[in-house]
Design a protein around this ligand. Structure first.
Ligand SMILES: [Ca+2]
Ligand SMILES: [Ca+2]
Ligand SMILES: [Ca+2]
Ligand SMILES: [Ca+2]
Length: 394
């Protein structure tokens, strides 16, 4: 059974238990900062702490004070004790940072719905939040940091765009900048979107940098509070989620949030641009502040969930590298058709498990349907241009 068929039963059980759901993230699944001047102090690493202990410390620090994500790419992944619902026309996630005027350090936000209900964010469950700088950003960016010979050395990085530089040690922070629980790794590699530089040297001499705020869609970018309330500019609308090609994805809600430092810039004595994160909060509350209260009257829109699962759910499968892109095929139980979107024309064939060909037809670029409505439920093999995947008719 999966959670999508258990919604009603779960609602009955949760009504009978004492604990109300919390709007604040209730765990940190991964904490992997890039090197930086607050790494090993926010939160503090002590001898013997491994990645599991540091994720627990990151949870405590993020809910009680703050954590650093270090330089470009450093990240954390959080989970909740409930699904944060995507409410139409409203921003759904409120992310606290330590932004003050002239000190924006934007973090890219990614969101995941636990499609396969395994309690973990799987690679194919993530979608990026398309913030205001999406079209000015470098996609598919990769940055590699090299462990220094000595803890006193600056930390060198290179990227996949021909760039290189250093995370420089400074006088104020003498501790190692390399995450000490990852001391066995010779390199740390981070991949994602690189946001445009937002630091401007007002002095012209590298002594006074102002880090300007982006319009919307990032963590640690806007002040937490505006006019005495949670700042709308520090909130994220799940409707901003896009797939890897930039197409809007209508998600029913979010079970996991990933935040990573999105700018790769060194700002004089301020040091590297590094995102800080505190609490990640379901914005649908009846009470804001330090003890927010979840609005439990808000529920997932079943039609949005059904459409999302039809497009991305368990019935879908994908074939990699057809005309240099992934081709996703999904079965729509309402029509009995297997649907896919092709970038070029080709040949589609369907076989049953006995090896009998049921269908063979050329297709055109764009949306295509293979009608399986007259065949029984079960597993089918689909060949697209000689490559094969399986699809489950339900
Ligand atoms: Ca929304
Ligand atoms: Ca999952
Ligand atoms: Ca910072
Ligand atoms: Ca900050």
């Amino acid at each position: 059974m999966n959670k999508n068929s258990l919604t009603f039963a779960a609602a009955i059980i949760s009504a009978a238990t004492i604990h109300a759901a919390s709007p604040v993230h209730d765990r940190v699944l991964e904490y992997v900062p890039a090197p930086g001047q607050f790494v090993n102090t926010l939160p503090e690493w002590t001898q013997g702490d491994d990645a599991t202990v540091m994720a627990e410390k990151a949870y405590a620090a993020s809910t009680q004070s703050m954590i650093t994500l270090g330089a470009y790419g450093g990240y954390m992944i959080v989970g909740f004790d409930h699904t944060v619902v995507n409410v139409d026309g409203k921003r759904d996630l409120y992310i606290e940072g330590n932004m003050h005027s002239g000190g924006s350090e934007p973090g890219v936000v990614m969101v995941a719905y636990d499609i396969n209900d395994n309690g973990l964010p799987d690679d194919n469950e993530w979608f990026e939040i398309r913030g205001s700088e999406y079209d000015n950003s470098q996609p598919d960016y990769e940055c590699t940091y090299y462990r220094p010979e000595s803890d006193d050395d600056d930390i060198r990085w290179t990227d996949n765009q021909g760039g290189e530089g250093y995370v420089s040690k400074n006088m104020s922070h003498s501790q190692p900048y390399w995450p000490q629980w990852l001391a066995d790794s010779e390199t740390l590699v981070f991949r994602g979107t690189r946001l445009p530089d937002n630091g401007v040297d007002q002095s012209g001499q590298g002594t006074y940098f102002v880090l300007s705020q982006f319009d919307y869609g990032y963590a640690d970018n806007a002040p937490n509070i505006a006019n005495g309330s949670w700042n709308e500019d520090a909130k994220i609308d799940i409707d901003w989620a896009v797939d890897s090609k930039g197409n809007t994805v209508k998600m029913p809600g979010v079970d996991f949030v990933k935040i990573y430092t999105g700018v790769n810039q060194y700002n004089g004595w301020l040091g590297e641009n590094s995102t800080e994160v505190c609490r990640v909060i379901d914005a649908h509350v009846t009470q804001e502040g330090s003890n927010p209260v979840l609005d439990e009257t808000i529920t997932i829109d079943q039609s949005v969930l059904d459409a999302f699962l039809a497009a991305y759910g368990n019935g879908s499968s994908s074939i990699t590298d057809i005309n240099n892109s992934n081709l996703r095929i999904y079965f729509d139980p309402a029509t009995g058709c297997a649907n896919f979107n092709a970038v070029a024309s080709g040949l589609a064939q369907v076989y049953n498990q006995g090896g009998t060909m049921l269908y063979s037809k050329t297709f055109a670029p764009g949306d295509n349907s293979i009608d399986l409505s007259r065949y029984p439920c079960g597993l089918y093999l689909i060949h697209i241009d000689g490559k094969t995947t399986k699809i489950l008719k339900r």
